[in-house]
Design a protein around this ligand. Structure first.
Ligand code: FE
Length: 204
């Protein structure tokens, strides 16, 4: 089964940001490169894995399949995250503001819930566009591969793993979440939404 070998993308946000240190961003980028490398390694091993011994309790195939989803999640989540950092924060405009205002009680209510969800999650908070139900939705994740549902595209991804903020803020995660929004490039979020909107629903 051929699979295109992934390469780590470059991001302009890997530098000192407003309230997030260069050290944090550089260390974080190294973690991302690790996900890229492991995705390639697991894909290669999958090609040669023994299907005859497949077993739900433990088997080589099971281990590879489960950990592949973790590795790919680590690649995709961080590409959204690094891709939309490096901006000046503020408030969104365009379609993003229009749909947040349409699909949540208000922009402020959405933001308050999103920040609180960042304290309730162990890994990620996403704002995603659900292409089956044509609505924006907020989802939390405790790992790279939990708990999104099918056919929703993340347009905004907030990493709340400790590695994203511990060097700069210790356990004060709420301060990091403020810094995240101060560096968010809403134009990139808008582009992510435009891409999600042009794709078709598959279930309806
Ligand atoms: Fe991370």
């Amino acid at each position: 089964m051929p699979f295109p070998k992934l390469e780590a993308k470059k991001f302009a946000s890997i530098r000192e940001l407003n309230g997030i240190s260069a050290r944090t961003m550089e260390e974080h980028y190294e973690l991302y490169k690790g996900y890229v490398g492991k995705t390639n390694e697991i894909q290669e091993k999958l090609n040669a894995a023994d299907r005859a011994s497949a077993n739900q309790i433990y088997s080589e195939l099971r281990g590879l399949r489960v950990d592949l989803s973790f590795a790919i999640g680590g690649v995709k989540n961080h590409e959204v995250y690094f891709g939309h950092l490096g901006g000046n924060g503020g408030k969104p405009g365009g379609k993003v503001l229009e749909l947040i205002s349409r699909d949540f009680p208000s922009y402020d209510a959405w933001l308050a819930d999103f920040k609180a969800s960042g304290l309730a999650a162990r890994g990620w908070v996403w704002l995603a566009y659900d292409r089956d139900w044509n609505t924006l939705t907020t989802a939390v994740g405790d790992a790279q591969n939990t708990f999104p549902v099918w056919n929703a595209a993340p347009i905004l991804a907030l990493d709340v793993y400790e590695h994203a903020y511990w060097i700069d803020y210790g356990r004060a995660r709420a301060k990091y979440i403020e810094a995240f929004f101060n560096n968010l490039d809403w134009n990139v979020v808008e582009q992510n939404l435009e891409r999600a909107l042009t794709m078709q629903a598959v279930h309806r």
